[in-house]
Ligand binder design. Structure first.
Ligand code: SF4
Length: 285
């Protein structure tokens, strides 16, 4: 059995920074809260919770004057105001690439209708759109284009500015942009804000899926970028499997003569990847 691991597998720069900083904070032995899953990986969350971090799903659960982590996806503008009212100390680990998108939106907002291409339920998109104000909308699928452009055409803003969720599919982004450009009557400025870490992973997944017999994509079940890698992989390689960790491996799917490609999402620690490889080597002899 040959195993090829994608060189862009695993933690991206933003997640690496987040986990490192959170680890430093919990080691100070103070109670620290994290708003939402710190990264979409159960193992990482468990390790930090074992050291004292408490994951909450709303600021209402955080006592006044406590310390709270805002994770790499970023939070809504209103959440900062809410935290201020409660005198919380914010450890803001929002990734720099997401801060850049917010800054661009605030620059463009006075005379642009803002469109975000992204998944409507993804925390990053929810956070980002909160910076865009009244004249804004989200496009996730082709069906969203017409209603959103209609709102943009009717608005007093004479131009349109478009940014994209950092972990969105590059291919789908291009398809949506082409359609939007064909249909819009207003001048459009587009910033492709898909993170280079996402782009490299997606490209490498395509290349690997084309050359191996089977693909394994490793990542948390709530990880959008991991699901995207799996979607890309399975369109090329029907023998693609998505797993959270070694416990999800179904050994009957693999045999000794296979060449197996492995990719891991941006929130998957390298230990999880190593455990999967060890388990495969152990079982498939
Ligand atoms: S994928 Fe990119 S934008 Fe998202 S946290 Fe990682 S480095 Fe930041």
């Amino acid at each position: 059995m040959e195993i090829i691991i994608g060189k862009y597998s695993g933690f991206c720069m933003g997640v690496n920074h987040t986990v490192k900083k959170a680890m430093e904070e919990v080691q100070k032995n103070q109670t620290i809260y994290c708003l939402g899953e710190i990264v979409h990986n159960e193992q990482v969350i468990q390790n930090l919770e074992n050291l004292g971090m408490i994951t909450v799903h709303s600021l209402e659960e955080v006592p006044n004057q406590s310390k709270v982590i805002f994770r790499a996806h970023g939070e809504k503008k209103e959440t900062y105001q809410e935290a201020k009212k409660k005198n919380l100390e914010i450890i803001d680990l929002t990734c720099g690439k997401i801060l850049f998108i917010r800054k661009k939106i605030e620059e463009k907002r006075p005379d642009h209708y803002i469109l975000i291409i992204g998944k409507k339920e993804h925390p990053e998109t929810i956070g980002t759109i909160s910076y865009a104000g009244e004249y804004s909308g989200i496009i996730e699928n082709v069906e969203d284009i017409e209603p959103e452009l209609l709102k943009a055409e009717k608005s007093s803003q004479n131009k349109i500015y478009i940014a994209v969720q950092t972990t969105f599919s590059t291919q789908k982004f291009q398809e949506l942009i082409d359609k939007i450009k064909n249909k819009s009557k207003k001048e459009i400025t587009v910033d492709n804000t898909i993170c280079d870490a996402t782009e490299k992973r997606q490209n490498e997944t395509k290349q690997l899926a084309e050359t191996v017999d089977k693909m394994i994509i490793i990542g948390g079940k709530n990880s959008s970028n991991t699901k995207e890698l799996y979607n890309i992989s399975k369109t090329i390689q029907k023998n693609s499997y998505i797993i959270q960790n070694k416990n999800d491996l179904e050994f009957k799917n693999f045999k000794k003569s296979d060449t197996i490609g492995i990719m891991a999402g941006a929130s998957t620690p390298k230990e999880t990847v190593e455990e999967v490889i060890d388990a495969l080597k152990e079982e498939i002899k």
